[in-house]
Design a protein around this ligand. Structure first.
Ligand SMILES: Nc1ncnc2c1ncn2[C@@H]1O[C@H](COP(=O)(O)OP(=O)(O)OP(=O)(O)O)[C@@H](O)[C@H]1O
Ligand SMILES: [Mg+2]
Length: 1009
């Protein structure tokens, strides 16, 4: 078995259909033919027409449309492992496709079975599957269309209604579908085998000629028929009435005609080509109607000229030359060419030979034409194209009367069976041996012996037939039979009437030979073998065809043929050679098998005839196939391939294994947990017994791959994000630079980003650095554009802080602050000792009731004292310093000496207060003149001068009347006299009468201004 096939494995390990087993490998009794057929029958009854034997698909013709070929079904099988879904032709198609893609190996799907078993239908399903599921492009679509449309054309010209099948392929077909490296179908090529040409001139009862004749007559437009000289009545044509059934209920020739006509266009036939092709078809029909009459002399003549006229016109040949050629034979006698008349019988067969030759060669031309249309145009890449081949070839045939055609067909099936044996059974065993793996022998019949019987050089049946055809003298079908008896008479698989035992003789004619095929015994009647093998066409008929003006015919009949002295190959030899080539092609590919079975002979749905099925099971070799599947290892791979595929699943083998391959594989499978009974290591390959083991590994690999893909995907996303961020950054920087350059311009697109950014950053900075207290005067420097806004904000902020502060303040503190505000208004920046007073709280009073003489208190009466402070009073005469108390009430300031109120100054009489700008505590209370008469201004000194004067200013409401003098103060001494106090700064406080009679005050400098 080949590698891909092993990869497919049994399907039903994990899934089962409702009925029976979907893989015969799972049959309890796998050697029982009865159980095998019963399983088929059970499934067939449930419309389950597909069953596997491992990777081989067995298909039973349902003879009815099942809803299992929809697009959804195709999707279900696409890319899915063989074993995961129920058996289907799509699974085989998909598997072949995937193997081709993953292993880069050409594939082929071999479809076999007897006539009517469903081979052609199966091959069409495969093509449709590829057409729908493979990747497509415009060009590919054309190729797909052509691939699909080649079918109706080939079927019209190569299929016919037979007793066994209303659409029986009367030729063998091998089609290559080429795929490009992307897996898209890009071309195709068809090889055709042995068309049953005899059908053109004769059909058995109940059978028809090739479909195209009936389609043309039924479907063509009147005008076309007129041009071709045809009538719309099949009964009119001798070649169409031999089987007495021109009409078949299951066939609609008229609609088929439309399909074929359209398909011809799709494939690329021009209207002229179609016309010429149909002219040939029409001329064959006319040929069939050429009637002869005999003359006494033995020669013959044509009864009417009408047909000859049509043929001559349609084929573009000379009327009289054609007419002569149809009644005469050219012979060469003594170096001279003579025309010898043919008798009636000879003339009829010459005519039929011409019809067959024309039709047969036109069919080959048609295939070539389709091939040109399907050819993969890209020569450059054609070497890289992978191929899936589809073989739909006639199955084994046994009729009541079997002739040369059956002999060829059955020989072909022997060859295919041998290929199957070669590729599966035999190579399987040999491989086990070569690999040193013990093998449980499987009994099978090797049919090479029959192939040799037919095809061996000199000794084989074909050689003997050719010899008889070519030898001079009176060779006939009977002499051929005798020669056979002489040459292969002793062969175990060959019998004739003469050689047979009594029992066999009873069922054999004297003109028959029997071959014991692998599939059963078949008697062949030798009548016609020589003629059919010679496929003779008289030289003068060939000459006429060579002179044809029909361009198709000129390609079919070449003049070289006339001059070529070499004998043409016989039909059997041609067939033998083409089969040998086919075997070579198939051998070079990995095969998949579809084995078609026909359930009954009546073309009826639902009928399962056991005898018929058993026969097919036997000659398809299905039981042997099953035995092999069950015997050995399901899967094997060369070590390097296995290791390469799965090495990533084991840390020791990843990324590479340096040791011996076998050790690498061993390490790998141990790591994967394979049990000893699950595998064996051969000389160059690993053998795995159960498919499920491999599937599990494959799944694991898929998982790994997915993980790697996800990783790569995520990395890609990150990289893209980074790149995007970088792009954004570049963009931002660019805008920023531009904005900076335009920053002094009015707002414009160039600078708006920059300006917004500056604004934003300033506001953000401000937000973080707002002053927390009323005393905190810090404020970030705004950008020029925001100066105004910043100032507004700053004020708002300050107001807010003040408001908040005020809300929390106590009445005492408020009072304190009010006084401090007054002090500040009056003294700030004006008097040197003011700053020292700021941190000191003003007190309510500096002297309370105990410090003041009770008599004084008594004298005050109800007058409430607001503030009292000890002061020093300087006498008006001599400036003597005396300790006094200064009391402030609601209406006056009173100077007290012990118990005496020495001077009461009503606030109304208080003109103002003078004080120096220095740090001394002296001050003068200026009184109005009336008062001056008594006492004059009071010169006092307080240790708390700022506090004292603030209290005076508030109590007397004289805030605006406090004068701060720089160097001297004038004051009145009473009776109109004036005194002067001079202030100077020095190192310490000194108050004394100066020589000039002024009071001199020296005060230390406390603060530098
Ligand atoms: N899968 C299927 N589903 C429905 N009908 C089918 C199926 N396969 C085959 N048939 C029916 O059986 C008929 C015969 O099938 P087909 O032409 O494929 O046989 P064949 O094996 O190619 O025969 P031959 O060797 O004569 O060409 C079809 O025309 C169709 O009616
Ligand atoms: Mg067919």
């Amino acid at each position: 078995m080949f590698d891909w096939e092993r990869a497919m494995m049994e399907s039903a390990l994990t899934a089962r259909d409702r009925v029976g087993v979907q893989d015969f490998v799972l049959l309890e009794n796998h050697t029982s033919e009865v159980a095998f057929i019963e399983n088929l029958r059970k499934r067939f009854k449930e419309n389950l027409i597909y069953t596997y034997i491992g990777s081989v698909l067995v298909s039973v013709n349902p003879y009815k449309d099942l809803e299992i070929y929809t697009k959804q079904h195709m999707e279900r099988y696409r890319g899915v492992n063989f074993y995961e879904v129920s058996p289907h032709i799509y699974a085989v198609s998909d598997n072949a496709y995937r193997s081709m893609r993953s292993e880069k190996r050409d594939q082929c799907i071999l479809i076999s079975g007897e006539s009517g078993a469903g081979k052609t239908e199966a091959s069409k399903k495969v093509l449709q599957y590829y057409a729908v599921t493979c990747p497509a492009s415009e060009h590919v679509q054309t190729v797909k269309d052509r691939l699909l449309q080649s079918n109706p054309v080939l079927e019209a010209f190569g299929n016919a209604k037979t007793l066994r099948n209303d659409n029986s392929s009367r030729f063998g077909k091998y089609m290559d579908v080429q795929f490009d490296f992307k897996g898209a179908p890009v071309g195709g090529h068809i090889l055709n085998y042995l068309l049953e040409k005899s059908r053109v001139v004769h059909q058995s009862h109940g059978e028809r000629n090739f479909h195209i004749f009936y389609q043309l007559i039924e479907g063509a437009e009147d005008e076309l028929l007129r041009r071709l000289g045809l009538e719309r009545m099949a009964q009119q044509y001798q070649y169409l009435v031999k089987g007495s059934c021109p009409k078949v209920s299951s066939i609609n020739d008229r609609s088929d005609w439309k399909v074929v006509r359209k398909a011809l266009s799709v494939i690329g036939f021009s209207d002229d080509e179609v016309e010429e092709l149909l002219s040939i078809i029409a001329s064959v029909l006319h040929l069939g109607n050429v009637q002869y009459s005999g003359e006494d002399s033995g020669s013959s003549y044509i009864t009417t000229d009408t047909q000859i006229k049509y043929i001559a016109r349609l084929l573009g040949v000379d009327f009289s030359v054609l007419k002569e050629a149809l009644t005469h034979k050219k012979i060469t006698a003594k170096g001279e060419e003579l025309m010898s008349p043919l008798n009636q019988e000879q003339a009829s067969s010459a005519r039929d030979a011409l019809s067959k030759a024309i039709y047969g060669r036109t069919f080959t031309w048609l295939v070539n034409k389709i091939n040109t249309s399907l050819a993969f145009k890209d020569k450059f890449n054609s070497k890289n194209a992978s191929v899936i081949g589809l073989l739909d070839i006639y199955g084994f045939e046994v009729f009541q009367n079997n002739s040369f055609e059956q002999f060829c067909i059955n020989y072909c099936n022997e060859k295919l069976q041998q290929l199957f044996i070669e590729l599966t059974l035999k190579s399987e065993q040999e491989e086990y041996e070569a690999e040193g793996i013990t093998w449980e022998p499987v009994q099978y019949f090797n049919n090479k012996i029959i192939c040799d019987l037919v095809e061996e050089k000199f000794k084989g049946i074909i050689s003997i037939l050719d010899e008889e055809c070519l030898r001079p003298g009176d060779a006939s079908d009977i002499t051929f039979l005798v020669k056979l008896e002489d040459t292969v008479g002793g062969h175990a698989h060959f019998v004739t009437h003469k050689l047979a035992d009594g029992k066999t003789r009873k069922v054999m004619g004297r003109e028959e030979f029997r071959l014991l095929h692998y599939a059963g015994e078949v008697n062949y009647n030798v009548n016609g073998f020589l003629d059919k093998n010679n496929d003779l066409l008289f030289r003068n008929l060939k000459e006429v065809m060579c002179s044809s003006e029909n361009r198709i015919l000129t390609q079919c009949f070449s003049r070289e043929e006339l001059t070529d002295k070499k004998l043409p190959e016989t039909t059997a030899t041609q067939f033998k050679n083409s089969l040998a080539k086919l075997m070579e092609i198939l051998m070079s590919k990995d095969p998949s098998y579809v084995r078609c079975i026909k359930p009954n002979d009546a073309k009826q749905a639902g009928r399962f005839e056991e005898v018929l099925v058993r026969h097919q099971v036997k000659y398809l070799g299905l039981m042997e196939n099953l035995r092999v599947r069950r015997a050995g290892f399901a899967y094997r791979r060369r070590y390097e391939v296995f290791l390469q595929r799965y090495k990533s699943l084991c840390p020791d083998t990843w990324p590479s294994w340096d040791g011996r391959l076998v050790d690498g594989v061993s390490t790998l499978v141990k790591h994967l947990g394979y049990k000893p009974e699950e595998y064996k290591l051969g000389r160059t390959k690993i053998f795995i017994r159960f498919p499920k083991t491999l599937f599990a590994t494959e799944e694991y690999r898929k998982l790994r791959l997915s993980a790697v893909q996800v990783q790569a995907w995520w990395k890609g996303i990150l990289a893209r994000r980074r790149a995007q961020r970088r792009r954004q950054a570049v963009d931002t920087i660019r805008r920023f630079i531009k904005g900076f350059m335009f920053r002094h311009h009015p707002r414009c697109p160039e600078n708006e980003y920059f300006l917004d950014y500056v604004r934003y950053t300033f506001l953000m900075k401000l937000h973080r650095a707002l002053p927390k207290t009323v005393l905190d005067k810090s404020w970030p420097t705004p950008p020029p554009a925001l100066t105004e806004a910043s100032e507004l904000l700053r004020k708002l902020c300050m107001q807010n802080l003040v408001w908040k502060y005020c809300k929390t303040i106590s009445p005492e503190w408020k009072h304190q602050l009010e006084q401090k505000v007054v002090a500040s208004e009056v003294f700030k920046d004006k008097k040197d000792n003011y700053p020292q007073s700021v941190p000191k709280l003003f007190v309510g009073t500096r002297l309370d009731g105990d410090d003041i003489n009770p008599k004084v208190l008594q004298a005050l009466g109800t007058e409430k004292m607001k503030y009292a402070v000890p002061v020093t009073k300087y006498d008006r005469k001599g400036f003597k310093a005396r300790a006094r108390q200064l009391l402030l009430t609601a209406s006056s300031a009173i100077i007290v000496e012990e118990a005496k109120l020495k001077q009461r100054i009503d606030y109304s009489a208080l003109k103002g207060v003078s004080v120096s700008s220095l740090s001394d505590g002296l001050f003068v209370l200026h009184v109005t003149c009336e008062d001056n008469k008594q006492k004059g201004d009071a010169v006092l000194q307080s240790d708390h001068v700022i506090e004292t004067l603030t209290k005076v200013a508030i109590c007397a409401d004289k805030i605006n009347n406090i004068n701060i003098n720089q160097s001297s103060i004038k004051f009145t001494l009473g009776q109109g006299k004036e005194g002067i106090i001079d202030f100077t700064s020095g190192s310490e406080l000194l108050v004394a009468k100066a020589k000039n009679g002024h009071l001199s005050v020296t005060a230390p400098r406390l603060n530098s201004r």
